[in-house]
Design a binder for this molecule. Structure first.
Ligand code: ZN
Length: 463
């Protein structure tokens, strides 16, 4: 308790810009902090934890605030993998807005951390704990803001639905969004959705760009395999499964999918050109205007731009042979592809087949491939994000993004609910600890995110 009270003066001194506009009123700082702490301190990791206690805690809190029990649902694919969905009624003039965050977190071994991952610790201007970034900040903020709207008596022109879900990180059989869409779509059906995946970019504490994530690459895993009749290793023959596979992998390693832009990456490059140093800035500008040379130069200049501008396929696992003294009968490898959203899985497979160029190397999808369309660039959302960003952090650009990772937005996009990653939570570009050791989020940046999302949803539900 004492550490929380000490927080407010710390914030007041730590913040030099527009204090009133970037922090919630003290009552709501306390509320969002308390929800955040409660969520962090419930272990919701895939194997050692469960999301149900967290979903229940949120449902209890909402009921205590006077949300009707009929508007709060705790439900899901398994008893320990529950989601919580709450609806805040608007006038119904427009279709609902879905506000999504996931309750589950990546595993955290206490022995790997320098502090307890399942305790919210405030230290040196940061909140530490598993899920502080991914994704319990946004989960706490959605709930605290919903309570604030209710206490303030705001009636939006559309229903607001908050869904806090299970098993986003596992991507497995209990996935909350996928389950809700298949079983109770009406509960979360919306015109569009705001989600994680688009945070703000900060360099040495300076806010640079606020990202709006519009699309994602999708994942496709393939198994490359060579079968051979084998034999005794004292009598080698020229046809060897391991060599055949190795040759195929070497050909793959030398291949690059074509580098190209799409609507989203063009808009991204145009905005990033404004805040990047020369000569990258002029290459970005030229690439945004369609110069293939500039696109190729950019892709060659950095690993992350390379991943932004082309589909990539890389070998990640290898196996083969069965004895030291036998010719291999099987050699296999897994290849992990991250595919641009406008490329079909069939095109990826056709390209791999051509590059491998050996009919004895079989190529099959190793897991089910779920591809997804990008969300359309919504001018109303872009404008609202840009206006609020510029008010809170003058000079900060709003940058539409395609990300290399994948979120549950994929399921929603495939179900016809466009999904946008937007958080207004700024993170140091070179100190991103989601999924890692000593995950942390700036205290100031957490509260700023609460204000940003409060204003954004108000603006999108303006009555
Ligand atoms: Zn996440």
């Amino acid at each position: 308790m004492i550490h929380r009270l000490s927080l407010f003066p710390l914030i007041a001194f730590a913040t030099s810009h527009a204090l009133a506009a970037t922090l919630p009123p003290p009552e709501y700082q306390k509320l969002v902090h308390d929800i955040y702490k409660q969520l962090i301190e419930i272990n919701t990791s895939f194997t050692t934890g469960a999301t149900t206690p967290a979903a229940q805690a949120i449902a209890d809190r909402l009921r205590a605030e006077g949300f009707p029990a009929s508007d709060i649902q705790v439900l899901g694919a398994a008893p320990h993998k529950m989601n919580v969905v709450v609806r805040y009624h608007g006038t119904g003039a427009r279709k609902p807005l879905l506000l999504l965050a996931h309750l589950d977190v990546v595993e955290a071994k206490p022995s790997d951390w320098s502090l307890d991952p399942f305790r919210l610790t405030e230290k040196d201007g940061y909140f530490y704990g598993r899920g502080t970034i991914d994704d319990k900040a946004q989960a706490a903020i959605w709930i605290a803001n919903l309570i604030r709207y209710k206490r303030e008596g705001w009636k939006p022109d559309r229903d607001l639905i908050v869904a806090l879900t299970a098993d986003e990180e596992g991507g497995g059989p209990f996935n909350g969004v996928d389950w809700l869409l298949k079983n109770r779509r009406s509960l979360i059906d919306a015109e569009y959705c705001l989600n994680e995946g688009g945070w703000g970019d900060m360099v040495n504490g300076k806010h640079i760009a606020n990202n709006l994530q519009v699309s994602e690459k999708y994942v496709a895993n393939y198994r490359l395999e060579v079968k051979n009749k084998g034999g005794h290793s004292s009598l080698p023959v020229s046809d060897n499964a391991i060599y055949r596979l190795a040759d195929a992998l070497v050909r793959l390693s030398k291949y690059k999918f074509p580098a190209k832009t799409n609507d989203v990456t063009q808009a991204y490059l145009e905005q990033m050109a404004k805040v990047s140093p020369a000569p990258i800035s002029s290459q970005m500008k030229a690439a945004a205007q369609g110069s293939q040379d500039a696109v190729d130069q950019l892709a060659a200049s950095s690993t992350s731009l390379n991943a932004t501008l082309r589909t990539t396929c890389v070998a990640t696992m290898l196996d083969g042979g069965h004895a030291l003294n036998a010719l291999p009968q099987t050699a296999g490898a897994f290849v992990n592809c991250r595919v641009l959203p406008d490329m079909k899985p069939a095109e990826v497979l056709a390209t791999l087949t051509k590059v491998v160029a050996d009919p004895q190397v079989s190529i099959t999808a190793a897991r089910e491939i779920v591809s997804g369309p990008p969300s359309p660039l919504r001018p109303d959302l872009m404008k609202a994000v840009a206006r609020i960003s510029d008010t809170m952090w003058p000079g900060v650009q709003t940058v539409p993004m395609m990300v290399m990772g994948a979120t549950d937005g994929l399921y929603l996009r495939n179900a016809g609910i466009p999904t946008y990653g937007v958080q207004g939570i700024f993170i140091e570009r070179d100190d991103f600890r989601a999924h890692g050791r000593d995950e942390r989020l700036g205290i100031n940046e957490f509260y700023e995110g609460a204000v940003f999302l409060y204003d954004l949803v108000k603006s999108l539900g303006r009555n």
